[in-house]
Design a binder for this molecule. Structure first.
Ligand code: ZN
Length: 169
């Protein structure tokens, strides 16, 4: 396994529509392993193949409460409902944050590394991560959904408020 270089906003890879994966072989397994290692190293919640310069429909998402990593190949959202608004960042837009509106629940249909279809339900943060990562596969960034990046003060305020809400439960 090896760490891959994460490209940042301005790189052409981030604006392209990625092609489906058709070959389920050693090369794919190596890419998936590398992507998971790269994501863990970067401390993010998700990573899409175009972020490491590969224009294929692949992403890795982490389910924060369980710490489990999911490999999603040729994923598509087949169900979504509700709405949430929350903080979002991207490993390809380092050090910046914005508030993005996303569905509260999504169901994704994807293939595993052996080409078998499965479904993954996501709520809250996982739903947000799934929407964010799948958008990457069509060349879109979360920055298209925000009117501004949060200032340091706004970010601090947001995190403080979130802290209080969590403690109040
Ligand atoms: Zn991203």
């Amino acid at each position: 396994m090896a760490l891959r270089k994460i490209v940042t906003q301005g790189d052409d890879c981030l604006t392209k529509v990625c092609r489906p994966v058709t070959a389920f072989n050693r090369r794919l397994y190596d890419l998936l392993d590398d992507m998971t290692e790269t994501l863990k190293d970067a401390g993010g919640a998700g990573l899409a193949a175009p972020q490491v310069g590969i224009l294929r429909r692949i992403c890795i998402v982490m389910d924060e409460p369980t710490g489990e990593y999911y490999e999603l190949i040729n994923p598509e959202i087949i169900k979504q409902s509700g709405e949430q608004s929350g903080l979002e960042g991207c490993l390809s837009v380092p050090g910046k944050w914005g508030i993005v509106s996303r569905p509260q629940f999504v169901t994704v249909r994807a293939m595993d590394r052996h080409g078998e279809w499965f479904e993954l339900d996501g709520e809250d943060l996982l739903a947000r991560t799934l929407c964010h990562e799948l958008e990457h596969l069509d060349g879109h960034l979360y920055t298209e959904h925000i009117d501004h990046f949060l200032s340091d003060e706004e970010l601090e305020e947001y995190l403080e408020q979130e802290n209080q809400e969590n403690n109040g439960e």
